[in-house]
Ligand binder design. Sequence first.
Ligand SMILES: CC(=O)SCCNC(=O)CCNC(=O)[C@H](O)C(C)(C)COP(=O)(O)OP(=O)(O)OC[C@H]1O[C@@H](n2cnc3c(N)ncnc32)[C@H](O)[C@@H]1OP(=O)(O)O
Ligand SMILES: CC(=O)C(=O)O
Length: 538
Amino acid sequence: MSNQVFVFDTTLRDGTQGEGVSFTAEDKIKIARKLDELGVHYIEGGNPGSNKKDIEFFERAKNLKLRAKVTAFGSTRRKDTIAEHDVNLNRIMESEVSTAALVGKSWDYQVTTALQTTLEENLAMIYDSFRYLKHKGMETIYDAEHFFDGFKRNPEYAIAAIRKAEEAGADWIVLCDTNGGSLPGEIAEIVAHVRTLVHTPLGLHPHNDCDLAVANTMAAVQAGVRQVQGTINGYGERCGNVNLCSLVPNLQLKLGYECFSDEQLALLTGSARFVSEIANVHMPVNQPYVGAAAFAHKGGIHVSAIMKDPKTYEHIAPELVGNKQRILVSELSGQSNIIVKAQEMKLNINLESSETRLIMNKIKDLEHQGYQFEGADASLELLLREGSGEIEEMFTLESFKVLVEKASSNGVKSEAIVKLKVRGQTVYMAAEGNGPVNALDRALRKALHQFYPQIEQMHMSDYKVRVLDEKDATAAKVRVLVESSGFGSTWSTVGVSGNVIEASWNALVDSIRYALIGRASASHLNNKLNQDRGLVNH
Ligand SMILES: CC(=O)SCCNC(=O)CCNC(=O)[C@H](O)C(C)(C)COP(=O)(O)OP(=O)(O)OC[C@H]1O[C@@H](n2cnc3c(N)ncnc32)[C@H](O)[C@@H]1OP(=O)(O)O
Ligand SMILES: CC(=O)C(=O)O
């Protein structure tokens, strides 16, 4: 039996059945192009019998010239009708795709309960629908809905249903674990049994309700299925479909099956992030293979070992799936984390140097106070540069004052006054803002502008506050994370204090120092780091 496994992507159909996932026709076109580059064999674009958006997608897909087979989804004909008059089947043909995937019932209980028809009529619905589309010259795929549940209750009927599709000429029979409740052992056993009963090539369409969709699909492939139906990032109805971003590397790199070329597999991480951006669904950082933390090392013992050989803590080379190794610096760091980070920043720090230990201890102290440097690369870089003696003071704070006034007839007014020492001069500046932090930010920039006019090229692009010890309510410490943009880059800084204005000030000052000191060399690097973390758009 060949090692080739055909990848059927249903991100644009079953993926959109996931809560919070919706694509415009234009989104679908962009994703289809990306999936085609990635090397999937089938792109199920939607259901032309369902809505106008999907009809538009198939209309536009005619001009895309994709290598992948664009596939339209639908169901077997409605009960007590004839296939030739079935609106949904005719819409599939009008979409002029090469391939149709038709879902049909294979569990007797679903026939009598959901369809409310007889077992014989359902078999006729399957036969008529496939015969009709085959006569029109289409490649056809039978998605045998609820196959495993049906087989467990009434194996004769489940087999009769797939045999009807085979008899009518279906090119693939795809066994569906529609409710996602099956286990790998059952899947393997049932697939092996079905292989002895039908000649048509088999596929699997699993759902992830037991978090077993990847394991189930691997078991099915080992038992002989050669088409896997899944989605990018596992989007899909309820708990989702099988995640192709985990499944394909497992099949290819762990079991030796062929899905994509090596070059295509290296596009996997970029494709997963692209689809997540378009779906506007945050990707978990710990998503296997393609997540930002899939190859991120935090523990000092791990980092020390991977500096000697990455295989000590990486199950594959991240580049195989287009991901990359990252080193995180935190209170769990040893000197190795600092050294690797410093190397990334092209700083001259080495293991023997007392500076390294000083920097490490300072980071541990600050994290103990509530700082967190994983999400604030610019603050971390400033610490390292300071620790290696690279940074000269650009300005110092003498004092700041913030006034917030609420008059009964007006809205809230905020004003900030800062007093700085810059190049030996004392500068006072006041500014208003739509909130106290905004007023402080404006006063600080106005004060610095005459010395550093380039400051006008940057702005605060995001601001987040996290209360660190909720038990203490308004007396708790807060951590402020500021994201700034400018000079073609985006960078993040952190400040901590028992006072939210002071925490914001600390983060703002770091943001400005970072831009003024390091923007030429470091901002580009930081932008890359942030991109890897998915903090900025790709
Ligand atoms: C396992 C899966 O994921 S299957 C795909 C699920 N995806 C979707 O449902 C998304 C797209 N669906 C839709 O846009 C709509 O449901 C449509 C256009 C398909 C149908 O809309 P409506 O005609 O209003 O029917 P409605 O959605 O209320 O009910 C589904 C009908 O399809 C019938 N049906 C369900 N499965 C099948 C099947 N395999 N073959 C034939 N008919 C079926 C049901 O019996 C029901 O018919 P009824 O109205 O006579 O009771
Ligand atoms: C076909 C399909 O989407 C299912 O059975 O889950």
